[in-house]
Write a protein that binds this ligand. Structure first.
Ligand code: NAI
Ligand SMILES: N[C@@H](CC=O)C(=O)O
Length: 912
């Protein structure tokens, strides 16, 4: 039902477009889920609509997806209900409800809550609860019911968009998608019926747009034709199943292009979390560039080949062939004339990618020079299996291929690629990896007779392959493209398992092992010089977006220093190279893609220092750090950097961050010194994380892990880059132990000195990490590996200051017993003093060894003069042999540590 829409009394003169000719042609905007991640994003979307409406006269329709993650969450809740997990389903619905309530509260802005919006949310979640109860009773999830559940996600976000537009004074009205988008009724994968949709749009949308109201329509969903509606839901399906169908995942693009077609729109803007269609997946190919313009056939090809930016069928309504065009014209569907632009939601003024709909016409016989970029993009479809039906008895037998595909169709398996040698002795078929178990029995059954007669010798399934494709309409008729592609793969040592090329010469596909897919994409991208697409200008945007994993002492100090750096830039009139967009603790996160404002950060820091969790604070979301990362990564961030200022083994999170395309900066030593040992013992753990990142074109910097803000790792690198060889590093790398021994030397009690070190933020969260020598051992491992040592943390002999009886106590109990250590340590310090020495905790590393422990050093030694948290590192190298190179300075405490981290962040922001 369209609520509050007047029914037009008569027919409006729409031909050829649906809008009266005196008015400008409409605009259609489509906002995807990632662009509607939270209330801030919805408000941003509304501001884009307002900005491009330019004046109140420009008719505008807005199509929205469900908020990010909502479709998956609804699907998950449905599966839970179906499988009898009523509690899980209810929790999932409750979480969604809270998310929508919170968004509704915030999009309404200063005007406070919107009662009608709350009522809609109430009613929707009531309907959803009813649908899930029905599913629980049914124990099955019919596609038509799944569609009815999923439709609610888009409807809710459309309501939010209407509220956000209203809040900034743009007249907007919700339009139920079923009142406009008429479909062929296929559950889960319906396609719009253009003539019927055009008629509905004339009736419902045109009057609304004509009077300057923005129509907001849920995407992805459409109405079931009346004749099928009666059969849409099984008779025993839950009551209240509305006869709706979905257009396939990502189908909101298709809703937008359909509306553009039937409204005779001038422009369709598809607002995405990427900067446009790119020459490759930037998470795999860091040099990927925005393609300024490409033809619709190329864009569709890319969509089919795994570039998930565009729905594969999104351009079909705008590419109607001439026969269809005539039929549509008769049915009152205007000829396609819209321009489709994929634009970055985060940067609405950026041009994005224009998809050209007009056919390229080459004059017959024209001998134009080959295009500059015959290949425009490289794409990869992973998670595939390659099935080969082979046999000498297949040659010349008609119908073999038809039967193979028929068998796959009956088994519901979609075919991604086909390749057959002209000898007809084998057919290779690419299918989704998930279909591997079903595909072989299906084919064996279909060819049982041929197999029995020996005409078909085998059906082989090769799992874990990927199809890597080069795409470009300029390849047609240009010799040497295939040679370049396959030459590049050979140079990159990538084996090609199968090849396919359509006669349109729009793409060449190579099937490669899944593990080789990234190398293959990078090689092809380089071979076709795709980094030059769009003029090849460096794509580096103005700044890097920083996310803090951990918001403890160092994290909060870093936030303060970043804010300070931003004010310095403002004062200079320059743009800050970094913004802090998110902070994450172990229970939740606070995120704003536009950057967390200094005031907000200050109040988050204060509350966090008082012991409150981020999830409890305004704008905070609850969830584990991996959920936080996934949420944050779904936004269009600029050169994102994840800073690990936790003190745990975060290896899995860092891996995920690298996969999300983030660079890393670490103050946390554990993932470097421990995290990878089991994964990559042969090459040593530090190499594991850095190498994983490097394989994806990402960088890892970790200066603060040794010496906090001191340039220790930087010095190692500079010495090595200039051709020097480090023979030995001897150092006191613990601020805590340096402070402790210096204070003990002055006669202070052990317990008192340690409590002071904790209060000043020198120690690890549990000071026994320092006292046990483990923290120094980690630093030794990190340093030693940089100079070529191949060992692991277990190979480092460590001397502990903690008696075994206190080592396993809970922290508070250990702290309560600190005084018991005063007398033994006073005695040990006095004994050393009697020998003219002082105690220090020292690390010795070289390419051959790493050891750490307590030493007595002569009062005259430079190590003896260290005070406070001073660290000292003495480098003996081939060049600095007689007089070693020495670095000394404070090596612990939030301020110097955060400064070391900030330097790394700035280096990444400027150097990528
Ligand atoms: N304090 C110092 O002088 C220096 C510290 N570091 C390193 O910096 C790191 C942070 O130290 P502090 O800030 O002093 O510790 P802290 O204990 O004050 O802060 C760590 C924060 O990380 C959070 N956290 C823990 N696991 C998490 C996870 N998986 N995801 C998200 N958040 C998580 C904790 O809730 C806590 O808020 C440590 O790894 C430490 O070794 C390095 C050099 C010097
Ligand atoms: N706890 C550490 C902090 C720096 O890594 C130290 O005391 O050195």
């Amino acid at each position: 039902m369209t609520r509050g829409l007047p029914t037009p009394g008569g027919r409006v003169a729409f031909a050829p477009a649906l809008m009266p000719s005196a008015r400008p042609a409409p605009l259609v905007h489509k906002f995807g889920g990632a662009a509607l991640a939270d209330a801030d994003a919805v408000r941003h979307a509304a501001s884009i609509v307002a900005m491009l409406r330019t004046d109140d006269a420009l008719p505008t329709a807005v199509v929205v997806s469900a908020m990010h993650g909502v479709t998956d969450a609804l699907l998950d809740a449905s599966h839970r209900a179906t499988h009898g997990d009523a509690t899980g389903a209810r929790h999932a619905l409750d979480a969604l409800r809270r998310r929508h309530d919170e968004a509704a509260r915030r999009v309404a802005g200063d005007g406070g809550g919107d009662e009608s919006l709350s009522a809609v949310i109430d009613a929707t979640f009531g309907e959803l609860a009813g649908l899930l109860d029905g599913l629980a009773a049914l124990g099955d999830l019919p596609p038509s019911v799944a569609d009815a559940v999923l439709a609610r996600g888009e409807r809710l976000s459309a309501r939010l968009a209407v509220a956000a537009l209203a809040a900034i004074g743009v007249p907007a009205q919700y339009v139920d998608e079923c009142d406009v988008i008429q479909t062929d009724g296929r559950p889960g994968n319906a396609f719009p019926d253009l003539p019927r949709t055009a008629a509905a749009a004339r009736r419902v949308l045109a009057p609304l747009l004509a009077r300057g109201t923005v129509a907001v329509i849920p995407g992805f969903v459409g109405a079931v034709p009346a004749r099928t509606a009666a059969h849409a839901a099984p008779s025993d399906a839950p009551r209240r199943v509305a006869p709706v169908v979905t257009l396939g995942r990502g189908g909101s693009d298709l809703t937008a292009t359909t509306l553009a077609r039937v409204l005779g729109a001038r422009d369709v803007f598809l607002w995405k979390d990427v900067r446009g269609l790119l020459t490759a997946d930037p998470r795999v190919v860091p040099d990927a560039r925005v393609i300024p313009a490409l033809h619709a056939r190329e864009a569709s090809e890319l969509a089919y080949h795994g570039a998930k930016v565009l729905h594969p069928r999104a351009l079909v309504p705008l590419l109607a062939r001439s026969a269809q065009r005539d039929a549509h014209r008769e049915a009152g569907v205007p000829a396609p004339r819209a321009r489709v632009t994929v634009r970055p939601f985060a940067d609405p003024t950026a041009p994005g990618t224009t998809i050209v709909l007009a056919e390229e016409r080459r004059a017959p016989g024209a001998t134009s020079s080959p295009p500059r970029h015959p290949v425009k993009a490289v794409s990869a479809l992973g998670g595939q299996a390659l099935v080969t039906v082979r046999g000498t008895g297949m040659a010349g037998v008609p119908g073999i291929a038809a039967r193979a595909f028929g068998a796959l169709e009956r088994a519901g398996i979609s075919v991604a690629l086909i390749s057959q040698a002209s000898s007809e002795q084998s057919i290779c078929i690419g299918v989704p990896q998930s279909a591997t178990a079903a595909v072989e029995p299906a084919l064996r059954e279909a060819f049982a007779a041929e197999i029995a007669r020996g005409e078909i010798e085998g059906i082989d399934v090769e799992p874990d392959v990927a199809t890597v494709a080069v795409v470009g309409s300029g390849m047609a008729g240009v010799p040497g493209i295939a040679a370049r592609f396959f030459g590049a793969l050979a140079d990159a040592q990538v084996n090609v398992v199968a090849i396919a090329q359509g006669s349109s010469e729009l793409n060449i596909s190579a099937v490669v092992a899944g593990k080789d897919a990234a190398a293959a994409q990078r090689a092809a991208h380089a071979a076709f010089r795709l980094d030059r697409v769009g003029g090849g200008a460096a794509r580096a945007p103005q700044h890097a977006d920083v996310v803090l994993l951990g918001f403890g002492k160092v994290g909060r100090e870093l936030a303060r220093q970043i804010t300070q750096r931003q004010s310095a830039s403002r004062a200079d009139g320059t743009q800050s190279p970094v913004s802090l967009v998110g902070v994450v603790d172990s229970r939740g996160w606070v995120f704003d893609a536009a950057g967390l404002a200094p005031r907000r950060l200050a109040s988050l820091s204060k509350a966090k220092a008082e012991g409150r969790a981020l999830a409890e604070l305004p704008g905070g979301a609850e969830g584990a750090p991996d959920a936080a990362l996934a949420h944050i990564a779904a936004h269009a961030l600029s050169r994102p950097i994840l800073v690990d200022v936790t003190a745990g083994d975060t290896s899995a999170l860092l891996d995920a961050a690298v996969h999300h395309g983030m660079d890393l900066v670490l103050a946390n030593k554990k993932p470097l010194a421990e995290g990878r040992v089991t994964v990559d013992a042969a090459t040593a753990s530090a190499a594991g994380l850095v190498a994983t990142a490097a394989a994806r074109g990402r960088r890892v910097l970790h200066e603060a892990t040794v010496g906090a803000g001191l340039p220790v790792i930087d010095t190692v690198r500079k010495l090595q880059e200039s051709g020097d060889r480090i023979l030995h590093i001897q150092g006191c790398p613990s601020g805590t132990l340096g402070f402790l021994f210096a204070e003990l030397g002055r006669g202070r009690a052990f317990s008192d000195a340690l409590r002071d070190a904790m209060a000043r933020g020198y120690t690890e969260p549990d000071p026994r990490e320092d006292l046990s020598g483990q923290d120094v051992a980690r630093k030794a491992v990190i340093l030693a590996r940089l100079v070529g040592w191949k060992g692991t943390l277990d190979d480092v002999a460590v001397e502990s200051l903690v008696p075994p009886a206190l080592a396993a106590l809970p922290l508070q109990e250990f702290l309560a017993q600190l005084e018991s250590l005063d007398a033994p340590w006073a005695a040990r310090v006095a004994a050393a003093a009697a020998r003219g020495a002082v105690l220090r905790y020292r690390a010795d590393v070289s390419p051959k060894e790493a050891r750490v422990g307590i030493v007595e050093v002569d009062r005259a030694s430079p190590f003896a003069s260290l005070s406070g948290t001073d660290n000292q590192f003495v480098f003996t190298t081939r060049r600095y042999k007689e007089r070693p190179l020495v670095i000394t300075g404070p090596g612990a405490g939030p301020e110097v540590t955060a400064a070391g981290v900030l330097n790394d962040v700035l280096a990444l922001a400027g150097a990528r």
